[in-house]
Design a protein around this ligand. Sequence first.
Ligand code: GTP
Ligand code: ZN
Length: 198
Amino acid sequence: MPYTKLEEYNIEVTDEVKNKFESIITDLGEDISREGIVKTPERAAKAMQFLMQGYHQDAAEILKGAMFKEDYNEMVIVKDIELYSLCEHHMLPFFGKAHIAYIPDGHIVGLSKLPRIVDVFARRMQVQERLTHDILECINNTLRPKGVAVVIEAQHLCMMMRGVQKQNSSTTTSGFRGQFEKIETRNEFLKLISSDLK
Ligand SMILES: Nc1nc2c(ncn2[C@@H]2O[C@H](COP(=O)(O)OP(=O)(O)OP(=O)(O)O)[C@@H](O)[C@H]2O)c(=O)[nH]1
Ligand SMILES: [Zn+2]
């Protein structure tokens, strides 16, 4: 499916998911006819469509839409890209920051497209490791740079609100391709983003 911003919701999906949320809310002990929550199943159905819109978007097409020929051979870093995703095990949010770097090989990419593809891959059911890889491989295969690096630092509500209930742990994942596989290049990148890593 083509890349579209989710400004309208699919009526049939909203209706189906709304009915299911009515059952879920009832099964969990709430009174679905209570005034304050009468519209909650529909709101939740729309919210979940928003949070999972990435399935209907094409990250490679987004990058291809803003690739420009340019002889710039230095590292380009976009850091502190906030992200919100859903853990695929519990469907609870995990959230944090992504830091992306690449070294161009004849083409640069419109800077805003990097946060855009983070959102495309984050807005679906994910594990942090796969989210990191999805972003890395998309840039590597589409832009074909000399190197690409992705670091994600995130906190998982499934480890905070429930389960082990640890409030201060965070998880860091990373991936490196091309010139970033060389230790000096990788270290330069890590040093430049290190103020953001705890
Ligand atoms: N590797 C990885 N694990 C994740 C991620 N998000 C959640 N998890 C983990 O997925 C695991 C699922 O384990 P299970 O034992 O099947 O589920 P559970 O009984 O709910 O586990 P607890 O969370 O320990 O209560 C848990 O250890 C979660 O912490 C992620 O992005 N990456
Ligand atoms: Zn989880």
